[in-house]
Design a protein around this ligand. Structure first.
Ligand SMILES: Cc1ncc(COP(=O)(O)O)c(C=O)c1O
Length: 395
């Protein structure tokens, strides 16, 4: 069967997981090596000149890492992929490779904290202009365009309110102007959302989350057009060196084999948890893309094939209620990160966003009683029972 004709559930197990041609090993071998021996000097020279395929040194490419890159680019429907030591290594390398002093970036205001600081504090030191806007308001994006705009960057759904951006609308604005659109697809994974289908140029993943899926590894990927991915490989990745280790690539490849079944269950559990929370008297509001009450439910339905396992909810009792709930849960783990087998809960006002003043948090739309939940793969009744006993303390 041609690989591009396979269903998603088949691709996760057969692309990048081909039996080893040397030994027949069904598991992808871990090529735990720093360098590769050339058979002779002419072959080594030809590889260095890029005239012949073949490995040179693991910072420049490694067969286990390449298997993961093939797998994720196929799942996203991209030409090529490139793996990194973490999501942030992928994001920073992409920007370093494609931007120069004098370029302008439009980024959504609501993006992962380190992506925000990399853009706002680091890139601006090198003469890159950055405007933060609400990309879900296409008029704001249009009004921010400049002749030197080179990149539009956003997450959808975005942390922590699960705000969604119409990818097709942004791509329609960017394409004729030659602007590169980049979407961080960490929250949905390619199982529920494939941004390239909507005209987006490049997809980013923190593979630490749903792709790895088991909370035991960090990793990042970019996938997109071959020319652009090769540019990142031969510049920012080669010279800055934030590459993924072969063992980490193997762990993530192993995790991806069950991506489809895990995502289905994350979503099924999340839907039940969201419906429970929406009816609870201590809860003011639930933000889950799968609830018709979500302000952008229609956009989510258009561009996603499911709603994932991430949600947030506001407690009526504010900051203290958030603290009480965090200290009361017994099954849900009090931890940041997301997309792993266990349910993780966190309180942005006292944890991830505690460096901001209450006023700054309010401006970012993060209320004092907001709680973020990454719904895991436990039995949904057990997750709900744990939340129920914790929420009972707030009544
Ligand atoms: C949406 C999103 N993008 C990127 C990152 C950064 O990924 P990493 O921690 O693998 O560097 C995170 C981390 O939480 C994230 O949530």
């Amino acid at each position: 069967m041609e690989k591009d004709q396979m269903h998603f559930e088949t691709k996760v197990m057969h692309i990048g997981h081909e039996p080893d041609p040397c030994t027949g090993s069904i598991a992808t071998p871990i090529y735990q090596t720093s360098t590769f021996v050339f058979p002779n000097v002419d072959e080594g020279a030809a590889r260095f000149r890029g005239e012949r395929e073949g490995y040179i040194y693991t910072r420049l490419g490694n067969p286990t890492v390449a298997a993961l890159e093939r797998c994720v680019s196929a799942l996203e429907g991209a030409e090529k992929g490139l793996a990194f030591a973490s999501g942030m290594a992928a994001i920073s390398a992409l920007f370093l490779a494609i931007l120069k002093s004098g370029d302008h970036v439009i980024a959504d205001r609501c993006i992962y904290g380190s992506t925000y600081t990399f853009l706002a504090a680091t890139l601006t030191r090198f003469g890159v202009e950055v405007d933060f806007v609400d990309c879900s308001d296409i008029d704001q994006v249009a009004a921010s365009l400049k002749p030197n705009t080179r990149v539009i960057y956003f997450e959808t759904p975005a942390n922590p309110m699960m705000k969604m951006v119409d990818m097709e609308a942004v791509a329609r604005l960017a394409k004729p102007r030659g602007i590169i659109t980049v979407v961080d697809n960490t929250f949905m994974s390619p199982y529920f959302q494939r941004p390239l289908k909507w005209g987006i140029d490049v997809v980013i993943h923190s593979a630490t989350k749903y792709l790895g899926g088991h909370g035991d590894v960090l990793g990042g990927l970019i996938v997109g057009p071959a020319e652009l991915v090769d540019l990142v490989r031969t510049t920012a990745q080669k010279d800055v060196g934030g590459i993924m280790s072969p063992f980490d690539a193997w762990l993530i490849l192993r995790g991806i084999k069950t991506l489809a079944v895990r995502m289905e269950r994350h979503e099924k559990n999340a839907m039940q948890v969201a419906e429970f929370l929406e009816k609870h008297p201590a809860v003011q509001r639930v933000y889950y893309p799968g609830l018709p009450s979500h302000p952008q439910y229609a956009i989510g339905k258009k561009q996603m094939t499911g709603f994932g396992g991430m949600m947030s909810f506001e407690l009526k009792g504010g900051f203290e209620a958030g603290r009480t709930l965090m200290n009361s849960v017994k099954l849900c783990h009090l931890a940041v990160s997301l997309g792993e087998t266990s349910t993780l809960i966190e309180h942005p006002a006292s944890m991830t966003h505690s460096v901001l003043t209450p006023e700054e948090r309010q401006a970012a739309g993060i209320s004092e009683g907001l709680v973020r939940l990454s719904v895991g793969l436990e039995h949904p009744d057990d997750i709900i029972a744990d939340l129920q006993q914790g929420l009972a303390k707030l009544l």
